[in-house]
Design a protein around this ligand. Structure first.
Ligand code: ASP
Ligand code: MG
Length: 416
C-alpha cells in the first residue's frame, strides 16, 4: 500500500537571497474584469512604493481558459496538444498586457512578459509541462530598471522551443518557481477566498481559516482536493524553502501561511483539515506487473494517486481528467481492466497525527456511524484517505469535520 507520490523537481540554481523581491500571484477571479485589473495594478504599485522589487504572475481573466478550451473542442474533437497550448496560453498574456497598461496610467513603469520571455523553460509534455529551468536574466534587468514585471502564468517554452502550459492551476507553479529562482523570501498567492480552511466552507459553514499549515500538510491537502494551490507549486515551495502566503485579494487581511513545520503545529490540533474530491476514477487491473503498469502511466503523464496491490490485482485511482490518457495506456498494454466512476474521496489530514494514534480508528467509526463504507483506504503518516461513493462525500466531510472538532475556534492555529 502506498500513498500519493510527488514528482521530481526542477534543479533551479540556488538564487542569492534577494530580500527585496516580492512575487505576487493573482488568480483568475482577482483579474476577472477591467476594474479588478486596475485594482491589482494599484496593489502592485503600492508594493513597489513600499520598497519591493515586484514580480507579478497573473492568471487569465475569469473563465477565459475554460472558454478557450471549449472553443478548441468546437473546432476539433481531438485538438493537437501543441496547438491547444498555443491557444490556451494567451489568456494570461491578455491579463499581463492590460495590467501593464493600468500600471503606466498610475505613473509607474511596468513590462509584461510571456512565460517564454520570462525564461520559464519546461519539458516537452504539452498540457502538463514541468518547469526544468528558470532563466531570469530579463526579469532581473527589468527590476534593475525599477519596473514592475508582469509574467504570464501557466506557461513556458519547452526545450524544443514550443509553447507549453503547466496544467490547470499552473500559474501558482509559475509564481513559486520564480520566487525560488529570484530568491524571494515569500510568494504571495492572492485569491478569492480568505485562505486555507479546515474544510470547504461551502460544504461546512463552520469551517475555520487556518493561520499556518506545513508544506507536507498543504501537499496532502492540495493532492486530495483542496483547490487553492496547484500541487506542484507546493512541491517546489517545499524543496526550495519558499514561504507561501495564501491571502485574499479583496482585503488586506492575513491569509494562511504555508511553511516549514514547527512544534506548535504538532501540538495544537490533531487534524488540520478534511478535504474531498467528488469524482475520481478507480481502476482495477490484472495481467501486468506494477513496474510495467506505472512506468507506462508515468510515460503518459497520468497523475496516479492511490495505489493498492493485493496479489495479482492492482488498484489505482487517477483524476477524471486523465481518463482518456489512462484508457489509452491500459488498452495499449493489452491488460484486463475495469474502471469505476461512482466514487469520490474524503481525506483527513494533519501533522499532529504522527504523534497521536487512533485517528484512523476514529475516522472509520465516524463513517460507519453515518452508514458509509469505504471502498479503498490509503494512508500516509499525516493522512487517511477513503474512497467512498460520490453521493456520500458531502456527508462524510461534515461528520468528520465535526468529530475531529475542527469547527471549534481552538482548531485555529493562532500563530503566524
Ligand atoms: N488559467 C489557468 C487555469 O485556469 C492557469 C491558472 O489560472 O493558474 O488553469
Ligand atoms: Mg488556482
Amino acid at each position: 500500500m502506498t500513498t500519493a507520490q510527488f514528482e521530481p523537481l526542477p534543479d533551479l540554481a540556488a538564487a542569492e537571497p534577494s530580500t527585496g523581491t516580492l512575487v505576487m500571484k493573482f488568480g483568475g477571479t482577482s483579474v476577472a474584469d477591467p476594474e479588478k485589473i486596475t485594482g491589482v495594478a494599484r496593489r502592485l504599485v503600492e508594493a513597489q512604493a513600499g520598497g519591493n522589487r515586484v514580480v507579478a504572475v497573473l492568471s487569465a481573466m475569469g473563465h477565459t481558459t475554460d472558454d478557450l478550451v471549449r472553443l478548441a473542442y468546437e473546432v476539433s474533437p481531438r485538438p493537437k496538444p501543441r496547438e491547444l497550448d498555443m491557444l490556451i496560453s494567451v489568456g494570461e498574456r491578455i491579463s499581463c498586457a492590460l495590467a501593464a497598461m493600468a500600471i503606466h496610467d498610475l505613473g509607474a513603469e511596468a513590462i509584461s512578459l510571456t512565460g517564454s520571455q520570462a525564461g520559464i523553460v519546461t519539458d516537452t509534455v504539452h498540457g502538463r509541462a514541468k518547469i526544468v529551468d528558470v532563466r531570469a536574466r530579463r526579469i532581473h534587468e527589468a527590476l534593475d530598471q525599477d519596473r514592475i514585471v508582469l509574467v504570464a502564468g501557466f506557461q513556458g517554452v519547452s526545450t524544443d522551443f514550443d509553447i507549453t502550459t503547466l496544467g490547470r492551476g499552473g500559474s501558482d507553479t509559475t509564481a513559486v518557481a520564480l520566487a525560488a529562482a529570484l530568491g524571494a523570501g515569500v510568494c504571495e498567492i492572492y485569491t478569492d477566498v480568505e485562505g486555507v480552511f479546515t474544510a470547504d466552507p461551502r460544504l461546512v459553514p463552520t469551517a475555520q481559516k487556518l493561520h499556518a499549515v506545513s508544506y507536507e500538510e498543504m501537499l496532502e491537502m492540495a493532492a486530495s482536493g483542496a483547490k487553492v494551490l496547484q500541487v506542484r507549486s507546493v512541491e517546489i515551495a517545499r524543496s526550495h524553502d519558499v514561504k507561501l502566503h495564501v491571502r485574499p485579494s479583496f482585503s488586506s487581511a492575513d491569509g494562511t501561511w504555508v511553511r516549514e513545520e514547527d512544534d506548535r503545529m504538532l501540538e495544537k490540533a490533531l487534524i488540520s483539515g478534511v478535504t474531498h474530491t467528488r469524482e475520481e476514477t478507480l481502476y482495477r487491473v490484472t495481467g501486468t506487473t506494477a513496474s510495467q503498469l506505472f512506468a507506462a502511466l508515468a510515460g503518459a503523464s497520468v497523475n496516479v494517486d492511490t495505489i493498492v496491490q493485493t496479489g495479482p490485482e492492482i488498484v489505482f485511482s487517477a483524476p477524471v481528467d486523465d481518463r482518456d490518457a489512462t484508457t489509452d495506456v491500459l488498452d495499449g498494454l493489452g491488460v484486463e481492466w475495469s474502471a469505476r466512476d461512482d466514487l469520490g474521496k474524503v481525506s483527513v489530514i494533519g501533522a499532529g497525527m504522527k504523534s497521536h494514534p487512533g485517528v484512523a480508528a476514529k475516522a472509520f467509526a465516524v463513517l460507519a456511524e453515518a452508514g458509509i463504507e469505504p471502498e479503498v483506504v490509503t494512508t500516509s503518516p499525516i493522512k487517511i484517505a477513503c474512497h467512498i461513493p460520490s453521493d456520500d462525500v458531502d456527508t462524510a466531510v461534515v461528520v468528520l469535520h465535526k468529530a475531529f472538532e475542527l469547527d471549534a475556534p481552538e482548531a485555529e492555529r493562532a500563530h503566524a
